[in-house]
Ligand binder design. Structure first.
Ligand code: 3SK
Length: 518
């Protein structure tokens, strides 16, 4: 049985583990390759540079960064110094960054040059300004900002100065969204990263030293962070990073040019890849194993992918709170249409509304217990208490178990939707729509498409029903896109005369779902 020492720093652990691989490539992006030796040096320099810039241990730094080799350097460098990186989604509107900067009281924000305009807008709304570090040439035109290169331009942090963190110390945060309220700052420890590699990355996904790993899911997601940092670095593998959005052409380019052996995606992407005319032939790629998470992968999609590439997709379930996958299919035991069985090291329970275990075959609320569980939601005692219940973490998903122990997804226990592998709160979309002058009231639900993927659909009552037209529909979609992260806009809008409501005026979304046949 593995036991971590009390004193443990995940970044230091990774550097020590790969000391003898100094010449081996750790990361490849569109412009650069970084060897393990260079990764160690750059991380140590970044750690020293942050300290020189006046950032102290346990302070947070927000990372608004695209997936390039700078991102692992920033993550590992911060952790080496005991500074807490908070990587965030790069597609958010300015208001979300303002909230996260304020909520985390970040001492610094590290920004990819291309994302500076939206971060600049976010900063304008803040009373207190963090230090600003911008990649590329971005800092040259921003008063007081440091360039990423200048932070790196210092002597590497001496080993004696590595932060003497404990395994249970705060290492990094990830923001996770709920059906109501603001995103929650999910606080993870150094030990948690270690455990996701030990329990899932190595034994289930089977990442090994000879692998070339490519994750379409970005490093700012818990899923991408494991796929493209924790797992490959824990075995000395090489990782390809892609800064742009994971469209099929962008993914095919990497699959055929770099020929990764391990690929991690989400169901929407697998569906889009299989539907594309440009889908590469099996011989053009070198895939050995793939992972899917974010939402349930349908049986047909899994089978079609396997038939085409002769490579399995391991569908699994993880969460930001558990940091990575705790329920999964595995090689030699792939049941498409099911999320598989618990990852050894995690215990799962399905409970009824009274908290009692449900019998096999019945649907229950999923609870998980395992060593990679987050410590808390920052400054949110109420949500921390209702999610982290004793040893157990409430996932918010509903599942059933068949007689052979395989788990099948049965929906969410809250109103949350999973679209393109990311959470969407119907309430958030509704309030964005309500901001449009023409909308009197509205309701948003999830509707499965022909591939079994959830799409958001809005039912809108107009102030002037006669104004309903295709142009207004497009306008409403654009309106939501301009206010929320792009994956949240409703793919379909139906103009209705009224919404089904209870006697007390609560919208009955279940009636809308039933009318859609679900
Ligand atoms: O969405 C998931 O299934 C997931 C998987 C791994 C890590 C994190 C998440 C949210």
């Amino acid at each position: 049985e593995i036991k971590l020492p009390e004193q443990f720093n995940f970044a230091r652990h990774i550097l020590e583990l790969n000391q003898d691989r100094a010449g081996k490539t750790a990361y490849i992006d569109d412009n650069r390759k970084l060897s393990y030796g260079e990764l160690a040096q750059a991380s140590r320099r970044f750690a020293a540079g942050l300290k020189l810039a006046g950032i102290h241990r346990e302070e947070r730094i927000l990372l608004v960064m695209q997936d390039t080799v700078d991102m692992p350097v920033a993550l590992l460098g911060a952790m080496l110094a005991g500074i807490v990186p908070v990587p965030v989604n790069t597609l958010l509107p300015a208001a979300d960054y303002s909230y996260m900067l304020e909520h985390s009281t970040a001492s610094a924000v590290v920004v990819s040059e291309a994302l500076w305009p939206v971060v600049q807008e976010a900063l304008a709304a803040l009373a207190t300004q963090p230090k600003i570090i911008i990649t590329g040439q971005g800092a040259a035109s921003v008063a007081g900002a440091l360039s990423f290169a200048s932070v790196l331009d210092t002597a590497p942090l001496a080993e004696a100065d590595f932060a003497r963190t404990r395994a249970d110390d705060f290492a990094f945060w990830l923001y996770s969204s709920g059906s109501t309220g603001r995103p929650k700052g999910t606080v993870h420890s150094h030990a948690n990263l270690f455990w996701t590699a030990e329990l899932y990355g190595k034994p289930v996904l089977g990442v090994r030293e000879s692998d070339l790993v490519f994750s379409a899911a970005k490093l700012f997601f818990a899923y991408g962070l494991g796929n493209a940092l924790t797992f490959p670095l824990s075995v000395g593998a090489t990782t390809v990073l892609m800064p742009e959005r994971p469209t099929p052409p962008a993914v095919f380019k990497r699959l055929t040019e770099h020929r990764p052996t391990v690929f991690c995606g989400v169901p929407t992407l697998y569906v889009a890849m299989l539907a594309s005319d440009e889908l590469p032939a099996k011989e053009q790629v070198a895939l050995r194993i793939c992972a899917s998470a974010g939402e349930a992968l349908s049986r047909e999609v899994g089978e079609r992918f396997h038939h085409h590439f002769d490579c399995h997709i391991l569908d699994g379930l993880g969460s930001t709170e558990m940091l990575h996958i705790f329920l999964s299919n595995r090689e030699g035991d792939v049941h498409y249409g099911s999320t598989g069985r618990p990852v050894p090291g995690y215990q799962l329970e399905l409970r009824d509304d009274n908290g009692h275990a449900v019998p096999n075959g019945e649907i229950g609320d999923l609870y998980i217990r395992g060593p990679s569980a987050a410590l808390l939601y920052w400054a949110n005692r109420e949500k921390s208490r209702s999610t982290f219940v004793g040893d157990w973490v409430k996932s918010g998903d509903k599942y059933s178990i068949d007689a052979d122990g395989y788990y099948t997804y049965a929906g969410r226990s809250d109103d949350m939707l999973k679209v393109s592998g990311q959470y969407v709160s119907p309430i958030e979309v509704e309030s964005a729509l309500m901001g449009h002058d023409s909308v009197l009231e509205c309701a948003v639900i999830g509707v499965p498409d022909a591939d079994g993927l959830t799409k958001t659909k809005a039912f809108v009552v107009l102030r002037h029903p006669e104004s309903a037209c295709g142009e207004l529909e497009d306008d409403l979609k654009k309106f939501v896109k301009s206010r929320l992260a792009p994956h949240k806009y409703p793919r379909d809008i139906s103009f209705v005369q009224l919404l089904p409501k209870t006697a007390t005026g609560k919208i009955q979304r279940f009636k809308l779902r039933a009318a859609e046949g679900h």
